[in-house]
Design a protein around this ligand. Structure first.
Ligand code: 3PG
Length: 402
């Protein structure tokens, strides 16, 4: 398969000063602020090892400002060191402290800059030439010979650190981006049906929009919903009361889109049929009208049975996002049972997103799933057929480089 952008095979890296953007946005325990799963960090190691004869500086984000998982990249650096990567951390992104540390990086060393989302200009989403004007790009790019983008998980975000450098530096894809694009293209090229989407988790405002785009392709035979996304659709269909919208960020606009999708695709969208709530520290399964205001923490057994049956008969399954509050073991069973069904499905199976991918790996299903993608939103956006912003930016860079 010919890729539309340049890769590490196309450039000389020995002795060069290389700026690498990765996606090591990890699951974080909301109370201890400790990283609970480092599989996205494991996934970038091949690219870093390949750059062992370069002077490498690493850029990445973690969480979003205001969220529970918005933390420094110091812990990520420690985890990298545990993976035999010669990494050090600097608590700065492009100020004098960062520049001085970048200047000192020697061949074989990797300097990790602070979480790029601590710089406000990084939050802006705009075309590459516009975000390239941000200080993060203008201050850093003169210090490097090459930009390597290996941030597949954030490939759908047109932000300065992701697409700005490609306008001013020779730019190529890292090994993870290359691998994800190749495998996802092959894994999802199947025209076989039934083609099943399992869609859960949070980031509901983003997901409902992507779901609309994916359904419009005509590819999806059934979308099985869970997590906060499922909750949104249950409210949109008046199956659970509006009070359940409290944890859903961006509810107002998302619920309107959900209603439109329910009207347009009534037979494709499959909603949970029962819930699991917590009473006296125990899991209790009930019908929606018996929830009594208790938070919806997992899909119940009736829903699991239905979802498992649909997944077993599928020719292709793509899953993204947990179906319940999987961090608490008594509410992980809905997601776990669905993952078992995916592992047992004989069709092509893709599990994507930090949380679900980590669970699939930790529970030992990795060998029985066609591909575990490090992307969440990026993977689902890829499946809509729209070119990812990161790919478009790397393609333009490749044309410029000749
Ligand atoms: C992800 O986890 O999907 C990526 O790291 C992108 O994060 P974002 O949705 O906060 O941009």
């Amino acid at each position: 398969m010919k890729l539309p952008f340049k890769t590490l095979d196309d450039v000389e890296t020995e002795g060069k000063r290389v700026l690498v953007r990765v996606d090591i946005n990890c699951s974080v325990d909301p109370d201890t602020k400790k990283i609970t799963d480092g599989s996205r960090i494991d996934a970038i190691v091949p690219t870093l090892k390949e750059l062992s004869k370069s002077k490498v500086v690493l850029m990445a984000h973690q969480g979003r400002p205001g969220s529970n998982d918005f933390i420094s990249l110091e812990q990520h650096t420690e985890i990298l060191r545990g993976l035999d990567v010669n990494a050090t951390f600097v608590d700065d992104i492009f100020g004098e402290k960062a520049k001085a540390a970048i200047e000192k990086v020697q061949v074989g060393e990797i300097l990790v800059l602070q979480n790029v989302r601590m710089f406000e200009g990084e939050l802006k989403k705009a075309p590459p030439h516009e975000v390239a004007k941000e200080a993060i790009v203008q201050e850093l790019y003169p210090l490097f010979d090459l930009f390597v983008n290996d941030a597949f998980g954030a490939a759908h975000r047109s932000q300065a650190s992701l697409v700005g450098f490609t306008t001013v530096l020779p730019s190529v894809a890292g090994r993870l981006v290359e691998k994800e694009i190749r495998i996802l293209t092959e894994a999802t090229a199947t025209e076989k049906h039934p083609w099943i989407l399992v869609f859960g988790g949070a980031k509901v405002a983003d997901k409902v929009k992507t779901l609309g785009k994916l359904l419009a392709t005509g590819r999806v035979d059934n979308a099985l919903l869970g997590g906060l996304l499922g909750q949104l659709f249950l409210i949109a269909k008046s199956l659970v009361p509006i009070e359940y919208s409290a944890p859903i960020k961006g509810f107002e606009s998302a619920v309107e889109t959900a209603k439109q999708l329910l009207e347009k695709y009534p037979d494709i969208l499959i909603l949970p049929e029962d819930a699991a709530v917590e009473r006296d520290g125990k899991r209790v399964e009930c019908a929606f009208n018996e929830m009594d205001g208790d938070p919806f923490l997992d899909i119940g057994s009736l829903t699991v049975t239905k979802y498992v049956q649909i997944i077993r008969g599928a020719a292709a399954v793509v899953a993204n996002g947990p179906l319940g509050y999987f961090e608490k073991d008594i509410f992980a069973s809905g997601t776990r049972n669905v993952l078992i069904a995916i592992a047992e499905c004989e069709g092509v199976t893709v599990v994507s997103g930090g949380h679900l991918g980590a669970m699939a790996i930790n529970e030992g299903f990795a060998d029985r799933i066609s591909h575990i993608s490090t992307g969440g939103g990026a993977t689902i956006n890829f499946l809509t057929g729209k070119k990812l912003d990161l790919v478009v930016a790397l393609e333009s860079a490749a044309k410029r480089m000749g």
